[in-house]
Design a protein around this ligand. Structure first.
Ligand SMILES: Nc1ncnc2c1ncn2[C@@H]1O[C@H](COP(=O)(O)OP(=O)(O)OP(=O)(O)O)[C@@H](O)[C@H]1O
Ligand SMILES: [Mg+2]
Length: 462
């Protein structure tokens, strides 16, 4: 260890104190005549040199010890000094080093605990915000930052969420009475709408902790995004209303005809035959509707399970072409298949893919202009997919309708679709089957020219 620069005054005073007993003893010997003045002076000079030397080394050791302890408290790991002229200080220094090591270990475990607490909070799937007693943000997790963007830390919550009803509810939670105790409720929930694109419905569950945590957190807010749930609720309600509405018309028709056949037309053979024909049509329509609804619900139930069969799409398309041949001839529309000869097989379910292309080609035939051609082109798409495009030369679909076309019961022209016997469920079925196959449906349409529905499906590996 480098020699310490000792404060001169301390050095002198320590040396004088150490020399004092020898000076007194030698003085007494001289005074009593047992020691002559000269040898006494020589002895004092010798003692003084040795004392000054020893004091200097001793004070140096003490200064090294002091420096060692101060370095330890700065959380450094200093080298233990050699304190041979002050053995007691050496023991003290090693005790201080052990103490400092204990502190360091404790501090590391506290840091670890804090990091694990944040890791747990970050691992929560729901957004979480912790507030202190003054409504300031103390802690947030990753989900909260993903939902709300940057959250001003250590600032009032109103800097991040400006919802008066939420802020009022939290104020109620943190409110204290004159005695300093909390005066309000200890948990509450508030529904808010977060602006942005898209808007989000969120329920904020706020709860006050029994006492403030070490970081000052007193209230925890957990945000629950209910957008999807709300949308599903709305869709379910719309769906029930639509399905009932679709069934109501043919049922009302049937009831009316039954009434007529029982009454005024009882003996009218010609009217009876005509009415029975219409009734059969209505029954057929209801059957189609129920069949489509059942199919939709069956596909939805299995939508998470991807089909694993290998399907030759050429076969599927030829089968559908045969099936719709009569309809095509009746509408004087030609169906032209263009299947690449080396088309790899698709990964999927034969029957479900038949339903997909039956729906798409049926639509193309329905909405094509007479004496035109419906083209069906199947080809590989990169190494992983293949695509089948069904194009017609019909009136096309206005762009505004395209995003909603695959919704249940959505029709561009209600009257026309119904007149053509459509239930409005065909494309919804197509969308669900394609999504179960982990494929994609793209719709392109130019008004006045026609539409192209392209299905992309995964292919089997080579
Ligand atoms: N090729 C097309 N050309 C023009 N419009 C189309 C075409 N395909 C679908 N549409 C429009 O999309 C709507 C929804 O089609 P979808 O197949 O779901 O129902 P649909 O054909 O009316 O009835 P169905 O359930 O019997 O198929 C149709 O009503 C029609 O307005
Ligand atoms: Mg259809």
């Amino acid at each position: 260890m480098a020699d310490q620069v000792l404060p001169f005054r301390r050095y002198v005073s320590a040396s004088l104190v150490a020399l004092a007993p020898s000076a007194v003893a030698l003085g007494a010997l001289c005074w009593s005549g047992q020691l002559a003045g000269r040898p006494a002076l020589i002895a004092f000079a010798g003692v003084a040199v040795a004392t000054v030397f020893l004091v200097r080394r001793y004070l140096g050791s003490l200064a090294s010890f002091a420096r060692f302890v101060s370095e330890l408290s700065d959380a450094q790991e200093p080298v233990m000094p050699r304190l041979s002229f002050a053995p007691a200080t050496e023991e003290l220094a090693s005790a201080a080093a052990t103490l400092a090591m204990g502190w360091r270990r404790q501090r590391a475990s506290i840091d670890n605990l804090a990091a694990s607490a944040q890791a747990i909070v970050d691992g929560l799937p729901d957004p979480l915000i912790a507030l202190d007693r003054h409504r300031r943000v103390v802690r947030t997790n990753i989900a909260a930052r993903a939902l709300l963007g940057t959250i001003a830390a250590e600032r009032d919550l109103s800097m991040t969420m400006r919802h008066p009803e939420l802020l009022a509810a939290i104020d109620g939670l943190l409110e204290t009475g004159l005695d300093g105790n909390f005066a309000g409720y200890d948990q509450t929930s508030v529904e808010i709408v977060l602006s942005g694109v898209p808007e989000r419905d969120v329920i904020v569950h706020a709860r006050r902790l029994p006492r403030a945590a070490a970081d000052g957190s007193l209230a925890l807010l957990v945000l629950h995004d209910t957008t999807a749930l709300r949308r599903a609720e709305r869709m379910r309600a719309d769906f029930v209303a639509n399905a009932s509405h679709e069934l109501k018309t043919p049922i009302a028709g049937l009831a009316g005809f039954i009434e007529t056949l029982r009454g005024p037309a009882r003996e009218d053979v010609a009217a009876r035959d005509r009415f029975l024909g219409i009734m059969a049509e209505q029954a057929e329509r209801m059957k189609r509707l129920v069949d489509d609804l059942l199919m939709l619900s069956r596909i939805e139930q299995h939508e998470h399970a991807r089909p694993a069969g290998e399907v030759d799409l050429g076969n599927v398309l030829r089968g559908v072409q045969d099936l719709l041949q009569l309809k095509a001839s009746a509408r004087k529309v030609a169906v032209e298949l263009d299947v690449e000869p080396s088309l790899p097989k698709a990964v999927g379910d034969y029957d479900e893919l038949t339903i997909v292309f039956q729906n798409l080609i049926d639509n193309a035939l329905k909405y094509a202009k007479p004496a035109t051609t419906v083209r069906v082109t199947a080809k590989p798409l990169g190494d992983e997919y293949l695509s089948v495009a069904v194009s017609d030369e019909g009136d096309g679909i206005p762009a505004a309708h395209l995003p909603r076309l695959t919704e249940r019961f959505y029709r561009v022209d209600n009257a026309r679709s119904r007149a053509l016997g459509g239930t409005g469920l065909g494309l919804a079925i197509v969308k669900h089957v394609v999504s179960r196959h982990r494929g994609r449906l793209d719709i392109q349409s130019v008004q006045g020219k026609g539409s192209t529905f392209t299905v992309t499906l995964p292919r089997v590996e080579r």
